[in-house]
Design a protein around this ligand. Structure first.
Ligand SMILES: [Fe+2]
Ligand SMILES: [Fe+2]
Length: 276
């Protein structure tokens, strides 16, 4: 994992996964160094990752007061239980549905949970975080937030974009990609992660995009995009076009067999990792 800093207040814990045929997808967690430190998501759970060790390079886990789980997909929950153990004072911010979904794998300790819905706020000592439902999402528990002190919008899966190279996916600024790479990646990801975008009332969808525009965020911090500072208007324009993007169709069995045939005969490759 790679660590970046955004301004004085935010650390980015960056990971990256190669998705065949799609590109290199960033998988970020964040630390908001508020008076009461907030960890936002906890990375992937692959056995060679050490989320807690990487987190410990930017904050003492024992000092963490809030773990904001934007949604309980497995690319967001990797270090969750290790962090709950290492951060005994931390409360886990999620929704009723987040708790329910987690209960199908490993139940959350309910006395550690703090239920917060989009539209509600969380006081973290020196600032108030405003929870909102991002315009694009793949899980009904999804809750991002806006911090008007750092002017950062934590958008969960929304605004994600696979990058053409691992270097770009691990960059400290989404603007290192060309405008075309960023736009194409964000539209692709919108159709992969939120296929419902083709079936909804466009005006109602655009009203949710407008709500983000009115935040006037300086930084947009997506789980699946390098940190993006100073380019929010352009990215908001891009996702406004998502209803008109080509629907995503994944590889079928014939494509899989072609892929397998291209590998050396000594072994079947591991199943591809497709984060959500
Ligand atoms: Fe995700
Ligand atoms: Fe997701």
């Amino acid at each position: 994992m790679t660590v970046h800093k955004v301004g004085q207040d935010i650390s980015v814990l960056n990971d990256c996964l190669e998705v065949p045929g799609i590109g290199f997808l960033p998988v970020n967690a964040f630390v908001l160094h508020a008076a009461e430190p907030v960890v936002v998501d906890t990375g992937v759970g692959l056995p060679d990752r050490d989320f807690l060790g990487t987190l410990g390079s930017v904050v003492d886990p024992a000092d963490v007061r809030w773990i904001w789980l934007t949604h309980p997909d497995r690319d967001h929950t990797g270090g969750l239980f290790a962090l709950l153990d290492a951060a005994p004072r931390a409360r886990l911010v999620t929704t009723f549905l987040g708790v329910g979904i987690m209960s199908t794998e490993r139940p959350l300790p309910l006395d550690r949970v703090y239920l917060l819905n989009p539209g509600q706020t969380l006081d973290v000592g020196d600032r108030t975080l405003r929870a909102f439902r991002p315009p694009l999402f793949d899980n009904p528990a999804t809750t991002g937030f806006y911090d008007d002190t750092s002017r950062a919008c934590f958008s969960s899966d929304c605004f994600g974009a696979p990058m053409p190279t691992a270097e770009l996916a691990s960059s400290d600024h989404a603007g290192d990609a060309t405008e075309e790479e960023l736009r194409d990646g964000q539209l692709l990801w919108a159709t992969v992660d939120s296929p419902w975008i083709h079936n909804v009332d466009t005006a109602k969808y655009l009203a949710t995009v407008q709500a983000v525009r009115e935040m006037e965020p300086e930084a947009v911090l997506s789980t699946h995009l390098p940190p993006a500072v100073g380019i929010a208007p352009r990215m908001i324009d891009t996702i406004s076009g998502a209803p008109g993007a080509n629907p995503f169709v994944g590889p079928d069995q014939a494509a899989l067999e072609q892929m397998l045939a291209s590998f050396e005969p000594e072994g079947t490759p591991a199943a591809p990792v497709v984060p959500g």
